[in-house]
Design a protein around this ligand. Structure first.
Ligand code: PHE
Length: 436
C-alpha cells in the first residue's frame, strides 16, 4: 500500500483538487444559471449549500479516498465489504462522468473556437448584437462545434494517457493564478462601465420572491457541480493524499477558492451584462456574448481576450481530465483494460455522446440537468450516509483528529453527514419531484 503514488505537497493536493473544481462550472455555468434563476437570492442559497452541504460532502469524499487508498469502485469493497449496496456510488459516478463530460466538452469546444477568434482578432470591431449573433451562428452550426469537441477531447485524452502529475498539474499551478489575475482585472473594468450598478444589485441584492422549488434545486446542483462532488472525483484524489495532511483544511481551502472564482466571474459578468443591454437570462451563451464586449472596451483588449480564453481552456482541461479519469479508472480497475486503450475508448464514447449534445440541444440540456440536479445530489446523499452511518466513528475520527482536527469540529461534521446533509438534499429532490 505504501508504494501507492501520492501528492508530494499540500500545495499539490490543493492545486489538483482545485484544478478539478475550478473550471467552466465557475465561469460559464455559475453566471448563466444565476441569471436564469433570479440573481441575488439564488446566490445566497448557493453559498448556504456550499457551506452546509458542499464542504461536508467534499470532506467525506476525502475521508473515503484516503481511508481506502483505492478508486471509487474499489473503495467500498475495502471499507464495507458487507454493504455491497454502496458500490452504487461508483456506478452513479461513472454514469455521471459520461453525462457531464459529453456536454462539458461541447462548451470547452466553444472555448477553443473563441480562443481562435480572439487570436485572429475577429471580435474587435463587433457591436454587442453582432457578438450575440456570432455566438448563435456558431453554436447552432453543426460541424464546427463537433470539430472543436473532438479537438478538446483529444487534448484531454492526451493528458490522461501521459499522466496527470507531471503534465497538467505542473502547468495548472502556474496558470490558474494567472487566470485569477485576469478575472480580477476584468472585474475592475466591468465595474467601471457606465450602468454597471444594476448588475451589482442583480448579483448581490436578494429578491426572495424569486425563490421556487426549482431555484433551490438548481442552486444545490450548481454547488455540487462546481465543487466536483457527488461522483467520486474528489475521493479519487483523496486516495493520493498523505496521512499527515489535514483533510478539513483541504476541503475548506478548495471550497473557498472555487466559490471565490465563481463570485469573481459573477462580478466580471453582470455589471457588463446590464451595461451592454444583454439579458441576464440569456442562457448558456451568456459568458461568450458578454465578455468580448468588455475586451473591446479595454486598452490591450486583444491580449486580454486571447489570454483569457486560453486560460479558460486550461481551467476546463484540468476539470475534464478529472472526469475522464473516473471513467478510465473504472475501465482499468474493474474491466482490466489497459490504460491507453481505456483512455481512447472513454474519449471515443464521449465524442459520440458529445455529438448528440451538439446536434440535439435537448440532449445537451437533458444531460446537464440530470447530472447536476439529480445524480450528483443523489451521490451526495449516499456518500454522506456512508460516512455518517457505516464507516464507523472511530475511522472518521482517526482520519480527522490525528493531525490537528478538533473534537468539536468532528462532532459537528458527524451530525451533518449523519442527518443534516442527507435530509436536506432529499427534501430538495423530493420537493422538486412534487412528492413533498
Ligand atoms: N467542477 C468542474 C467545473 O466547475 C466540473 C466537474 C464536475 C468536474 C464534476 C468533475 C466532476 O468546471
Amino acid at each position: 500500500m505504501n508504494n501507492r503514488d501520492g501528492f508530494s505537497s499540500r500545495f499539490g493536493i490543493i492545486a489538483a483538487a482545485a484544478g478539478s473544481a475550478i473550471g467552466l462550472g465557475n465561469i460559464w455555468r455559475f453566471p448563466y444559471v444565476l441569471g436564469e434563476n433570479g440573481g441575488g437570492a439564488f446566490f445566497l442559497l448557493y453559498l448556504a449549500f456550499i457551506v452546509v452541504i458542499g464542504v461536508p460532502v467534499m470532506l467525506s469524499e476525502l475521508i473515503i479516498g484516503r481511508r481506502a487508498q483505492k478508486s471509487i469502485f474499489g473503495a467500498f469493497k475495502v471499507l464495507a465489504p458487507q454493504h455491497g449496496f454502496f458500490q452504487l456510488i461508483g456506478i452513479i459516478g461513472v454514469t455521471t462522468a459520461f453525462l457531464i463530460l459529453s456536454f462539458y466538452s461541447v462548451v470547452a469546444g466553444w472555448t477553443v473556437e473563441y480562443t481562435l477568434l480572439a487570436l485572429g482578432n475577429q471580435m474587435a470591431d463587433k457591436t454587442p448584437s453582432q457578438l450575440a449573433g456570432l455566438f448563435t451562428d456558431f453554436s447552432t452550426s453543426v460541424w464546427r462545434p463537433i470539430i472543436y469537441l473532438v479537438v478538446f477531447m483529444a487534448l484531454t485524452a492526451a493528458i490522461v494517457i501521459g499522466g496527470i502529475k507531471n503534465g497538467i498539474e505542473k502547468y495548472a499551478k502556474i496558470l490558474m493564478p494567472l487566470l485569477l489575475v485576469i478575472i480580477l482585472i476584468l472585474c475592475l473594468k466591468s465595474l467601471s462601465l457606465e450602468g454597471s450598478g444594476e448588475g451589482v444589485l442583480f448579483l448581490f441584492r436578494p429578491d426572495f420572491s424569486k425563490i421556487t422549488g426549482n431555484v433551490v434545486l438548481v442552486a444545490l446542483g450548481q454547488a455540487f457541480f462546481s465543487l466536483s462532488i457527488g461522483m467520486g472525483t474528489i475521493a479519487t484524489y483523496g486516495s493520493y493524499v498523505k496521512k499527515k495532511e489535514n483533510l478539513l483544511q483541504t476541503a475548506l481551502s478548495v471550497s473557498f477558492l472555487d466559490t471565490f472564482i465563481a463570485v469573481l466571474a459573477g462580478v466580471a459578468i453582470f455589471p457588463a451584462v446590464f451595461a451592454f443591454g444583454i439579458k441576464p437570462d440569456a442562457g448558456p451563451g451568456l459568458v461568450f456574448v458578454t465578455l468580448p464586449n468588455i475586451f473591446n472596451q479595454m486598452v490591450g483588449g486583444y491580449y486580454f481576450s486571447a489570454a483569457f480564453f486560453i486560460l479558460l481552456l486550461i481551467a476546463a482541461l484540468t476539470s475534464s481530465v478529472s472526469l475522464l479519469e473516473v471513467v478510465v479508472s473504472y475501465f482499468t480497475d474493474e474491466l482490466k483494460i489497459q490504460r491507453k486503450s481505456a483512455t481512447l475508448l472513454g474519449a471515443f464514447l464521449m465524442i459520440i455522446l458529445g455529438t448528440f449534445c451538439v446536434v440535439y440541444p435537448r440532449v445537451f440540456n437533458g444531460f446537464e440537468w440530470t447530472s447536476s440536479n439529480l445524480l450528483l445530489p443523489l451521490g451526495g446523499i449516499l456518500i454522506s450516509v456512508f460516512v455518517g452511518w457505516f464507516l464507523g466513528g472511530a475511522n472518521v475520527r482517526n482520519e480527522l483528529e490525528a493531525h490537528g482536527g478538533r473534537a468539536s469540529y468532528v462532532r459537528v461534521f458527524i451530525i451533518i453527514v449523519k442527518i443534516v446533509a442527507p435530509i436536506a438534499i432529499a427534501m430538495v429532490l423530493l420537493n422538486n419531484l412534487g412528492l413533498i
